[in-house]
Design a protein. Structure first.
Length: 209
């Protein structure tokens, strides 16, 4: 995007059920306890909501969108939402010098697009409008454990787009892309406290140097 970031952007990535939302909350709190000015951010999927509504009209289920809505069209809309969310919401926080913890982030959207085999010719230029966070923490978890967590979570019911076979494809894509990006892989099968401690240590190492 060209503009210099004043603050620090971190993102938490991982397949559904890997613990992103849990950790965004715990890490933000832990860093505030250390005296840091930290804020969390979640992508606003405004236009993507309309894609989910389209899927509902086609299949009766907003999350049964694949392959009923072609992957390239769908992931293009997601990528545009991500770029808009970044520009309108996250970039101003960084310009004000805040430390931002993003629930998801570029690694997630690139992994989904790859897993769904969306055409990169259309998607990549939009993904490239969003800078990579200074560090992304990939919460690495096998698909079966993640699926069990999705089934047992109280926050929201499991969705069609969280089936284990798809979680496996996204996990593969995450690990491939992570090899060429500023990503720290974290063992997400550990206790929530152990995961929080590792992420907090990784963030403090960046912001205190
Ligand atoms: N380290 C952990 N060990 C065991 N259970 C966990 C751990 N971290 C999170 N959980 C539980 O797993 C479930 C999924 O966690 P969470 O919602 O944070 O994942 P997520 O990656 O944000 O998922 P989604 O992308 O689907 O929103 C929740 O019920 C949460 O309490
Ligand atoms: C990353 C990504 C996500 N989606 C879908 C998957 C879920 O239904 C929502 C995201 O919800 P969450 O609260 O962030 O878990 O969007 C997608 O279609 N394409 C993507 O790249």
């Amino acid at each position: 995007m060209g503009q210099r970031m004043e603050g620090n952007l971190f993102s938490l990535a991982g397949i559904d059920g890997s613990g992103k939302s849990t950790q965004v909350h715990l890490v933000t709190q832990a860093l505030r306890d250390e005296g840091l000015d930290v804020v969390s951010a979640k992508t606003e999927l405004w236009a993507t909501d309309t894609v989910f509504e389209l899927a509902r009209s086609l299949t009766g289920d907003p999350h049964d969108y694949h392959p009923h809505v072609p992957a390239t069209l769908r992931e293009f809309v997601v990528a545009c939402d991500v770029a808009t969310s970044y520009r309108r919401h996250i970039a101003p926080l960084l310009a004000a010098g805040r430390t931002v913890i993003w629930d998801r982030g570029p690694l997630c959207y690139r992994a989904y697009a790859r897993a769904y085999e969306a055409d990169p010719e259309w998607i990549t230029p939009v993904h490239d409008m969003v800078p990579w966070p200074v560090r992304t923490f990939l919460l690495e978890l096998d698909a079966d454990t993640a699926w069990l967590r999705v089934l047992s979570r109280s926050e929201k019911p499991s969705q069609t787009d969280e089936a284990p076979e798809f979680l496996r494809s996204v996990r593969r894509a995450y690990l491939e892309i992570a090899q060429h990006a500023p990503v720290t892989v974290i063992d997400a099968s550990a206790s929530t406290t152990a995961v929080t401690d590792r992420i907090v240590a990784g963030i403090l190492a960046v912001v205190t140097t």
